[in-house]
Design a protein around this ligand. Structure first.
Ligand code: NDP
Length: 342
């Protein structure tokens, strides 16, 4: 019952590896460097079932996963670039799409015994900016908007649309591959909103933090431009705890009814007001973050302006019971203070 986790040194992936090991599934992770692989081996050294890694330097290379897939029964494909700094959209789209198609091609070539493949998609593949906010999204929606933006504007599309197009195109490629190849295994996709919660992954500095946690930490350390501070009055996103996302992956790998399904994992709207009010509660002596008191009474109203991604199906089918926001923010910051001394 060996499970392959691609991009095992990532934020979501490290937690997913931990949950798989804790549930008794031996794990093989793919990482880009031996450094990161060794970090993970050390992190999981007391696990009752083994963790090992193989190096896959670039998921976009044809045949990158040919060796990695041998002997596994389940695959969680999480590796994909998540940053908002790409100039050429292909910096994101190529690894996202080729990595997804590539891992499926490798399975086809080298492993007839795979039972389930779960990919980490995103609400970025569901959100549709053609629809005015606030809107409630379910799993039946697709982000055609970002794909069109990138097609029409190329490098001049927004960085958000470049990332969202990469997630949409990768997931579309996944379902199309399944339709075209009719494999003996079946697929499922997990769609997190902005992921918060404790870090476990190999990072040595704040600069190396993954994009979603870095956003929260920037609010905590006060590392913000004046213009960004205005965002304290806005609610541009939904959020979910990383432990709920990793459980979603684990259950999507092991639950028969998850076959062929998309699952939003999301626990509702959040705005930076929520961040700073939690900081004030748990770290009253820190004076690095903005003061949210003035807007505290408007929290509900501010958050009501956000889109809503309905994560109820993940609760119903996968049994994901969502962590609460205040505890998740505290656990995130505690872990970053402990690991990186911010
Ligand atoms: P991370 O940046 O921590 O994880 C990304 C992982 O992908 C890393 O292991 C990274 O390797 C690997 N990777 C990226 N590009 C390549 C490449 N070309 N070749 C090999 N490996 C590569 O971020 P997350 O954990 O947040 O992201 C994991 C997945 O979750 C992604 O698919 C992302 O789109 C998705 N997601 C994340 C959300 C969030 O808020 N965090 C929300 C919704 C979806 P390395 O560590 O060596 O750079």
């Amino acid at each position: 019952d060996l499970v392959l986790v691609s991009g095992a040194s990532g934020y979501i992936a490290t937690q997913t590896v931990k949950d798989l090991l804790d549930a008794g599934y031996p794990v093989r992770g793919t990482v880009r460097s031996a450094d990161k692989g060794e970090f993970l081996k050390d992190l999981f050294k007391d696990s009752a079932v083994p963790f090992d890694y193989v190096i896959v330097k670039d998921i976009a290379e044809p045949g990158a996963f040919d060796e990695a897939v041998k002997g596994v029964v389940g695959v969680a494909h999480t590796a994909s670039p998540f940053h908002l700094k790409a100039d050429d959209p292909d910096e994101l789209i190529k690894p996202a799409v080729n990595g997804t198609v590539g891992i499926l091609d490798s399975i086809k070539k080298n492993n007839p015994n795979v039972k389930r493949v779960v990919i980490t998609s995103s609400v970025a593949a569901i959100l549709d900016d053609d629809i005015p906010k606030p809107h409630t999204y379910e799993e039946d929606h697709w982000n055609e908007y970002s794909v069109r933006e990138v097609k029409e504007k190329g490098r001049n599309a927004t960085n958000g649309d470049k990332y969202r197009a990469s997630k949409t195109l990768a997931e579309k490629a996944f379902w199309k591959w399944i339709e075209d190849n009719k494999p003996s295994w079946d697929g499922a996709a997990i769609h997190p909103s902005l992921v918060l919660g404790p870090i476990l992954q190999p990072v040595k500095s704040v600069a190396e933090l993954n994009t979603s946690v870095a956003g929260l930490v920037n609010w905590f350390t006060g590392n913000h431009q004046e213009a960004e501070l205005k965002a304290i009055k806005e609610a541009p996103f939904n959020w979910v705890d990383v432990r709920d996302v990793s459980l979603g992956h684990l259950r999507a790998l092991t639950t028969p009814e998850a076959s062929g399904q998309r699952f939003i994992t999301s626990n509702g709207a959040v705005s930076p007001i929520d961040f700073v009010l939690s900081f004030a509660k748990h770290y009253p002596d820190r004076k690095t973050y903005p003061n949210g008191d003035a807007e505290a009474s408007r929290r509900k109203e501010i958050n009501a302006a956000a889109n809503f991604y309905n994560g109820a199906k993940a609760t119903k089918v996968l049994g994901v019971q969502y962590h609460d926001l205040d505890g998740s923010i505290k656990d995130t910051i505690d872990s970053v203070i402990q690991r990186l001394g911010v």
